[in-house]
Design a protein around this ligand. Structure first.
Ligand code: ME8
Length: 508
């Protein structure tokens, strides 16, 4: 696939393959997929990637626990993520795995560039490491706690509550401290770089309130076998985040491609430091342009609490999709997706929304396609006359205004939701699309076109007026439905296709 500087490039995080996919993964994939489908529908040149993050201690430990060789273990789980993408209609251009051959080459090249530019050095490292978070923490980031299972005293990270272990070892370091001011300056002069605002403010605060230590970017091979070796040093493996972030470049054909479009990254709130501080710093050190923007989303909870296997409140996107259809889940997540808050998964609400869609749009279609009306006649009339001309013939101001108002809103809708979708404000777009349903339905409720039946003793004028009004209503309803379904496609591709097919309308 040839990319150009104009390509709209959207990415999801790449997912750890230490466990099977959950609702949060499907949410990220869907948000990015909706944006990408939307841009494509609007004839923009697009590129969309998702994939799996397969190296590191977390995956190494999970493979060991399962008693399976790491690559085979990763193959199995990467397939699960691909299956979920297929089931959920996630139309990516590339599914990148960090075990892909071209990714190894890209990471090697990237490391060498950063090293040649003088940003990597070797040193002794001591700190509190969380395998779960694949992160070192400082003394001020940790606190004492009791292990839930054994009752033993352990240290945990304040931010994630995951266990940390003290480690001293030789590592390569990245000179993050040297770039702290550059990153701050860049973000300050690009106020839209991080969205929503609260995360922008958080990152500015992080950069202004303390001096960032240099970042350890390798692990001894004795401890971490499952990783990409540091070039020219087999005793060290590249830190999983340094490796993983480069996926965004690999997918663009780095280092061989000619043009690199700036990606728009979509990430969960738990990984913003990696994308908004470390990644810009790595890129600066490699003399590569920074991403277009980083959008941050909240987490899905269940019953107001973090989903967890032990609590038994985990929503499985595959199970839900198999039962309700993946479009129901896509619709639910987009309708209730507000980036800067967490969402609460609720099956009843999902089911109610599905019924609402059927009630508003499927019933509208059934109503409009009733045998009481002649669609051929309505279409024929509108083919040879402008709607405005026909409305002038009707001689009913209120009727005319209702029709024109629906038409105007429908005509503006595409522009109106363009910003919403490209900025991941999916709840706004979904709400606007939904709110058109009752307006179109009300044309039926108010003007009752089925009552505009021609009677035997109607004179020519009455007959003409009745048929004209009926045709205008049917045309307006069906044409509005056509536009709505075309615009709905990015969010619910299957439902839209089914209904567009019924109307014999090309999806483009
Ligand atoms: O962090 N609701 O992978 P990951 C919404 N490999 N989103 C959620 C969520 C939830 N309940 N739980 C997790 C990683 N996520 C790294 C990324 S990118 C170069 C490397 C989101 O599998 C989470 O916030 O732990 C993250 O954005 C994504 O799922 C992947 O999480």
């Amino acid at each position: 696939m040839k990319l150009s500087l104009k390509t709209v490039y959207t990415t999801t995080p790449i997912f750890y393959v230490n466990a099977k996919p959950h609702l949060g993964h499907f949410y990220t994939m869907t948000l990015a997929d909706v944006r990408n489908r939307w841009c494509k529908f609007n004839n923009r040149d697009t590129f969309f990637t998702t994939g799996t993050d397969e190296h590191g201690l977390k995956v190494q430990n999970a493979a060991e626990k399962a008693g399976i060789e790491p690559k085979l273990f990763c193959d199995g789980l990467a397939d699960k993520f691909k299956e979920l993408a297929k089931l959920g209609d996630i139309k990516y251009d590339r599914f990148i795995r960090t075990t892909d051959v071209d990714h190894y080459a890209a990471v090697n090249h990237f490391w060498n560039t950063v090293n040649d530019n003088g940003y990597i050095y070797k040193g002794q490292h001591s700190g509190w490491y969380s395998v779960s978070d694949e992160t070192f923490y400082t003394e001020s980031d940790i606190v004492e706690s009791n292990d839930e299972k054994t009752g033993k005293k352990i240290m945990i990270a304040k931010e994630t509550m995951n266990e940390v272990i003290f480690q001293t070892e030789e590592n390569y370091f990245f000179k993050l401290s040297k770039l702290q001011k550059n990153i701050l300056d860049y973000i300050k002069s690009n106020p839209k770089f991080i969205k929503p605002q609260k995360y922008y403010d958080f990152i500015i605060h992080e950069l202004e309130s303390r001096e960032l230590p240099d970042l350890s970017v390798s692990r001894p091979s004795s401890r971490l076998q499952w990783g990409i070796p540091v070039p020219n040093d087999d005793n060290q493996k590249i830190y999983v985040w340094f490796d993983a972030l480069v996926n965004y470049l690999t997918s663009e054909g780095y280092p061989n491609a000619k043009e690199f479009p700036k990606p728009t990254h979509l990430v969960g709130k738990d990984i913003i430091k990696f994308h908004c501080i470390y990644w810009p710093a790595f890129l600066m050190a490699a003399n590569i342009q920074l991403p277009e923007q980083v959008f941050v989303h909240g987490h899905w909870l269940m019953g107001g609490r973090k989903m967890s296997k032990s609590r038994g409140n985990v929503a499985d996107p595959i199970e839900i999709s198999n039962y309700y259809g993946s479009d129901s889940l896509r619709l639910f997540m987009m309708r209730y997706s507000v980036l800067d808050t967490d969402g609460d998964y609720n099956e009843k609400t999902l089911n109610a929304l599905r019924s609402e869609f059927i009630d508003k749009f499927c019933n509208l279609m059934i109503r409009s396609l009733s045998k009481n009306f002649s669609i051929e006649r309505a279409l024929g009339r509108l083919q040879s006359n402008k709607l405005e001309t026909l409305l002038n013939e009707v001689n009913d101001e209120e009727f005319k205004n209702s029709i024109l108002s629906v038409q105007l809103q429908i005509n503006n809708l595409k522009n109106d939701i363009d910003d919403d979708i490209t900025n991941f404000d999916m709840y706004k777009a979904t709400h606007k699309l939904f709110s058109m349903g009752p307006q179109i339905n009300s044309l039926f409720d108010i003007y009752e076109p089925w009552k505009l039946k021609v009677k035997q003793d109607d004179d020519e004028m009455t007959k003409h007026n009745k048929q004209l009004k009926q045709d205008i209503i049917i045309f307006t309803a069906l044409d509005s439905l056509r536009v709505l379904l075309l615009l709905f496609q990015s969010i619910i591709p299957q439902y839209s296709k089914m209904l567009l097919d019924r109307l014999n309308i090309d999806s483009k």
